[in-house]
Design a protein around this ligand. Structure first.
Ligand SMILES: CC(C)(COP(=O)(O)OP(=O)(O)OC[C@H]1O[C@@H](n2cnc3c(N)ncnc32)[C@H](O)[C@@H]1OP(=O)(O)O)[C@@H](O)C(=O)NCCC(=O)NCCS
Length: 349
């Protein structure tokens, strides 16, 4: 059966560097706390008005398409993973189609947060394998800086996240043995509220005993987004950090081992693990647990923070640009995040 390969890869991060000390202007925190708990030294923030999740995705896509040796008109399907779309609807995929003057091809948005890029790759992989498409553009991009709580109340989340984008072009592999060997997708919705942005949404406090939104429950109106939600700071993301940490350190090694085992491979065969850049301490824990050497794991959260759906393609692109990944190398992508969802992809480069 034909496999899909990554034919081109690109990344884009905004120019504006925000250090941990820069955040002191807005909240009570410290460079020491952030570095010790997360490994992050700085992150990038998009230009407030000139840049959006989609425009950053387009910049990454331009590089990926050029490196694949094709043009935007050759792309026959778009998959866009993000949790901060330009519009509530439609999704970013169609905005990419417009911005890059592509043909009237299909565009699909993926809402799987930190696992979004691996889920998107998996979807693209199935389309290539089935023979339906030949040049699929997969983008992961986030403009987190627009939606975070910059007061001390939101510091446990805000210090972690950064903006950026990564993109790949998937094509049918031509070399024997090359390409995506397998993908593995999982979810556990029991923990949906542990890392989530509840509002605006249609949940109407249905799922939890705890009230997640204040709205005027009159017959119509003032339900989806209310003044009370704004007044009570209910329009920001929420996270129980320690609960996320505990689950992540179990599920990451599990899904990496699943990918290796399914392909009759072991950790020793792995040239490079690209873990979702959630937290340096989580990545270090996985490395220790799987007994991986330093040169087998690529981390860049120190520079970019957690860029959610963009973190894996950015890290993969950087590792490839630095010459750490070469043809024939075995590369594993692994992600865990909100949902909870987790996923892996094993690739023979
Ligand atoms: C978020 C995270 C860094 C917090 O670290 P932690 O050691 O678990 O810290 P806690 O949440 O228990 O908070 C410890 C203290 O630090 C404080 N704190 C939280 N954020 C802070 C910040 N930015 N600066 C200073 N202090 C902070 C808390 O208020 C708390 O204070 P208290 O003890 O007086 O109540 C950590 O839980 C984590 O990384 N979890 C995984 C998150 C993740 O990966 N998310 C992305 C998933 S894709």
């Amino acid at each position: 059966m034909v496999r899909s390969k990554i034919a081109g890869i690109g990344m884009y991060v905004p120019q504006h560097v925000v250090t941990n000390n820069d955040l002191l202007k807005y909240m009570e925190t410290s460079d020491e706390w952030i570095q010790e708990r997360t490994g992050i030294k700085e992150r990038r923030y998009a230009h407030r008005t000139d840049e959006t999740t989609t425009t950053m995705g387009v910049e990454a896509a331009k590089t990926a398409i050029e490196r694949a040796g094709i043009t935007p008109q050759d792309i026959d399907f778009i998959i866009f993973a993000t949790l901060c779309p330009d519009y509530y609807f439609p999704g970013c995929g169609v905005l990419v189609q417009r911005a890059m003057k592509m043909k009237e091809i299909g565009a699909l948005d993926v809402r799987n947060q930190c696992s979004g890029f691996v889920y998107a790759i998996s979807v693209g992989d199935q389309f290539i394998k089935s023979g339906m498409y030949k040049n699929i553009l997969v983008i992961g991009a986030e403009k987190h800086s627009f939606g975070l709580d910059f007061s001390t109340r939101g510091r446990n989340i805000t210090v972690i996240f950064g903006d950026g984008a990564g993109a790949v072009v998937l094509q049918p592999a031509t070399n024997e043995g090359q390409g995506i060997l397998s993908t593995h997708l999982h979810s556990d919705g029991d923990s949906a509220e542990i890392l989530a942005m509840y509002n605006p949404g249609t949940h109407a406090n249905h799922w939890t005993p705890e009230k997640l939104a204040d709205f005027d429950d009159g017959e119509i109106g003032e339900l989806f987004m209310s003044h009370a939600m704004i007044d009570n700071a209910q329009l920001f993301p929420n996270m129980d950090g320690p609960a996320v940490f505990k689950k992540a350190v179990v599920k990451f090694p599990e899904v990496i081992n699943e990918a290796l085992t399914q392909n009759g491979l072991t950790i020793a065969d792995l040239k490079m693990l690209i873990p979702h850049q959630a937290n340096l301490r989580i990545a270090q824990f996985i490395q220790q647990k799987l007994k991986l050497r330093d040169d087998q794991v690529h981390n860049n959260i120190q520079k970019f923070g957690n860029t959610t759906a963009a973190s894996i393609p950015i890290a993969l692109c950087e590792a490839w640009e630095e010459g750490k990944i070469k043809e024939g190398d075995l590369v594993c992508l692994a992600a865990f995040g909100s949902g909870f969802t987790w996923a892996s992809a094993l690739i023979r480069w």
